[in-house]
Design a protein around this ligand. Structure first.
Ligand SMILES: O=C(O)CCC(=O)C(=O)O
Ligand SMILES: [Fe+2]
Length: 199
């Protein structure tokens, strides 16, 4: 009995699934090169009345009219799916059964680029969205925690896929913290549903 309790504490049940080898090393390298050519933007965010640069580059690709507003301040208009991104979307749907209409790219140029604790609750994704997050390039620490609980760390590897299941955004927060270690570029693609638009 003691053993079972101990195990439950060490391995909290999280509403996520991690696929470390979703892409082969070669596929991940090829996709990384493709993603470097995407239309990255430096957006500005307004927090507590102050405007500041978002600490990463961003881009949005997706179905027509699937605009995305987050934190009530950053407005992204979707560019047309590239063939590579559309193929990847369909592969992730085939694996998970979840459908996606947009993908938000994040480019972390160094250890000083990051995303703070948050849940992706923007209403444009609809009720209890499933979000699939693909990582390329440098390995970075990703943390997830119940809203009032302790974080669990994942080291998101080149070519890996982390799926946050429906409900995850209501019960948990996640972040990609800054690091003082020397790390080069990491690209992250988050595939998401959207209530608007059409193909
Ligand atoms: O870069 C990551 O792994 C997480 C990105 C993220 O949480 C987001 O775009 O909402
Ligand atoms: Fe997120």
């Amino acid at each position: 009995m003691q053993q079972l309790n101990l195990f439950a504490e060490l391995a909290p049940v999280l509403p996520v699934t991690y696929y470390p080898d979703f892409l082969s090393f070669e596929q991940a390298n090829e996709l990384y090169q493709h993603c470097l050519q995407l239309q990255w933007q430096q957006n500005q965010i307004r927090i507590a009345g102050k405007t500041m640069p978002v600490p990463r580059l961003e881009c949005l690709y997706g179905d027509k009219n699937c605009d995305y507003l987050y934190s009530n301040s950053v407005f992204l208009k979707p560019l047309i799916w590239t063939d590579n991104l559309a193929n990847l979307r369909d592969r992730i749907t085939a694996l998970t059964g979840y459908k996606f209409r947009i993908v938000i790219g994040n480019q972390y140029r160094s250890g000083q680029d990051s995303i703070g604790w948050h849940a992706d609750t923007d209403s444009s994704m609809g009720y209890q969205p499933a979000i699939a997050s693909l990582s390329l390039g440098s390995c970075r620490k990703f943390q997830i925690k119940p809203r009032n609980g302790k974080p669990t760390d994942f080291w998101l590897e080149h070519g890996s896929l982390l799926v946050m299941h429906p409900g995850c955004q209501s019960t948990h927060l996640h972040q990609l913290p800054k690091t003082n270690k020397v790390v080069s570029t990491r690209i992250n693609l988050t595939f998401r549903p959207h209530t608007g638009g059409g193909r």
